[in-house]
Design a protein around this ligand. Sequence first.
Ligand SMILES: Nc1ncnc2c1ncn2[C@@H]1O[C@H](COP(=O)(O)OP(=O)(O)OP(=O)(O)O)[C@@H](O)[C@H]1O
Ligand SMILES: [Mg+2]
Length: 270
Amino acid sequence: MTAEKPEAAATDSCEAAARPSTAVGGPAPTTTRDPGPAVEFTAVSRHYPGGVRALDGVGLGIGRGELLAIVGPSGSGKSTLLNLLGTLDAPTSGTVRVFGYDVGALADDQLSALRARWIGFVFQQFHLAPNVYAVDNVADGLLYSGVPARTRVRLALRALERVGLADRAYHRPHELSGGQKQRVAIARAVVGSPRLLLADEPTGALDTTSGETVMRVLRELHGDGVTVVVITHDRELAAALPRRVEVRDGRVVSDSALPGDAPCRTEAGR
Ligand SMILES: Nc1ncnc2c1ncn2[C@@H]1O[C@H](COP(=O)(O)OP(=O)(O)OP(=O)(O)O)[C@@H](O)[C@H]1O
Ligand SMILES: [Mg+2]
């Protein structure tokens, strides 16, 4: 495993947090194309009408193969950040690079292709189609990938096996527990072998045991070289991950990958 230090000796972690870091952990994906970091944010802001600054000048680098938690209070900008990481949204200003591609310079069809091939999403509330077998819910994750239907089912069965649910392939969501539903959602997110898995509160709706199972699956994916970003309110869960990025009022206020990291003061204060 390699761990590059972020550039520049950061005497001020708040200032350093505004620069992209290049912390790298875990095995790298096998590709030899674009060997840069998984994600680089440079001075990224996302404003909404009415003067809401959901993100405000965020700098963040995520190395390939990292597993990290994004934490912060409700409304601090975590989901906004995740949507930008996943190219579901574009910044008002600043640059977002995903696997070396400047997202702002890509056409819509290129963005869709990038998402379909490289990015998987897991949401707090599962978002599974009701009355549809687990295997078909998972296979839907390949709908926009150009994979033929029969292959989609084969890959979906394999993805369910990966999350320990091979024996539930022909169960519908209402026949599954919360933890099992979330594992189906993870199988759907990874069925296309994404390089980057983005999970927004994947354990938020689960009891402790189910949450631990979901985290074990995410760790295994990380072990396989997938870059995994988890938003969580669960401090204990976040503390157990190799890196934590804390967001407050639309800014990154601490990043455990940066040297001498300590939470910065914000105007909102603490
Ligand atoms: N579509 C939108 N239009 C206007 N304001 C928005 C929109 N989406 C989010 N916001 C605002 O941006 C800020 C950040 O929202 P975001 O959803 O990123 O927070 P969050 O950290 O994910 O919170 P939570 O932990 O509650 O999910 C909030 O003040 C929110 O009200
Ligand atoms: Mg959110």
